[in-house]
Design a protein. Sequence first.
Length: 394
Amino acid sequence: MPRMQWRCHARLRVVTAVSLLVAVSAAASCSSSSTVTGASDAPSTINSSSINSSSTIASTAVFDPLVACLATWPLRDRIALLVWPGAYSDQWAEVEATVRDLHVGGVLLMKVDDTFVVDLVMHLTALEQLSAHGLLVATDEEGGDVQRLRVLDAFPSQEDMSLLTSDERATILDRHAKVIAAAGIDVVLGPVVDVRPIVGADPLGDQRLFRGDPQQVAALGAEYVGAWQRSGMLPVLKHFPGHGGASADTHDQLATTASLDELRNYDLVPFQQLATTGAAVMVGHLNVPGLSDGQPASTNAAAVALLRQYGYANALVLSDALGMDAIGIPVAEAAVMSVQAGIDVVLFTGIADTAAVIDALELAVTDGRVTVDTINDSALRVARLLEADGRPCS
């Protein structure tokens, strides 16, 4: 059975405050008119509607127990919710220590060996129990060569899935989603909704991209999103603002896309079409002429602002892995730049970098490079997911 039963505690109340502490103070005057929605006993899909937050100042505030609870946490714990390191089976003792001691909000499950995966549910359950505030487990399950849990259920590549009928895809997707959810996965890094270039090969290769034009990619992406959500997992669209026609693979170097105007009519179409699905989004290490102008989108405030404007105002936004060669700077430094830009969750594959990342973000708040409001807004989005995952704030 799944590691946790998903329960939705969706509270669609707008948090109107400069910071969490201000919100708690402001709420005291209006708590008598507050409405708190109780938990539902029905399993629920986790989506962006259940992590709604805003730091816009307004004349009134509705009391939100989650906001009040987070305000009691040390700043370092709120920062740790945004930090999701890689978790390898051959480093599991270090993974356990990191979750227990540093209070990270999630881990990125990397390839696990065949012996370890037999007891994966047990391992992930034990790991979650070590967490002070709850833990979200994310992994790559695109299919084909980018699949961490192939030993549980071999999953065709997105290109191969494009060639099947919709009924065939639905059967495979629903089966695979149930297997992955039952293993204890909460967040699926996929589908890839990058669009193949009209001329030439896409730089990612490995059959990672759907076949078809932007509308077809959006439709195929919607099928994947629906399957992950029906099994209670949060899907993550990638790689905004579009890697399909970029100049290189960002694992190897910073890649440049077409101009922003060109992207709007092609690569950005699937992201626009899927904005109402409740999916999260991964931002790639992509230089966009006319937008990021030489800087990776994953560390660029204009790029993240564009994503929010495309209908993802309340969605969880994640970075691509910060250790990739496209970034070219230490992970801790890149994490600060990503959070400054508006990224909610920073992903990286090296578990040993975790403390340094948290330290760097804490220092950035202390010296004013990152605002407390920025940390609070992102921490609230992660906490909403944890709450819906059966781990209310305490």
